[in-house]
Design a protein. Structure first.
Length: 91
């Protein structure tokens, strides 16, 4: 399987600063693991949209996959209670 490039939206990068330090390293490792397998076990496509979700503890990482360009774009990172409240931009 080809290696994917990870792009992180500025807003998602800013959301990482709000994550407690105890979870931050785990979330970063989870995002980095998407390079080799963008659709790991446990990843779910959000119904009716082209966005995938993976879980890390109480946090969710929402991302899109472009197989043609071999890119993963991290769209949003947040606590499970808050992450789905605002619509994620789909380009």
């Amino acid at each position: 399987m080809a290696s994917y490039k990870i792009l992180v939206r500025a807003s998602a990068h800013k959301e990482l600063t709000a994550v407690p330090k105890a979870q931050l390293a785990r979330i970063i490792r989870k995002i980095e693991s998407l390079v080799q397998n963008p659709r790991p076990h446990g990843a779910e496509k959000i119904s009716g949209r082209s966005i995938y979700r993976i879980r890390q503890g109480n946090y969710r990482i929402l991302y899109t996959i472009s197989d043609a360009e071999a890119e993963i774009r991290v769209e949003k990172i947040g606590h499970r209670k808050e992450v789905y409240r605002h619509r994620v931009r789909e380009d």
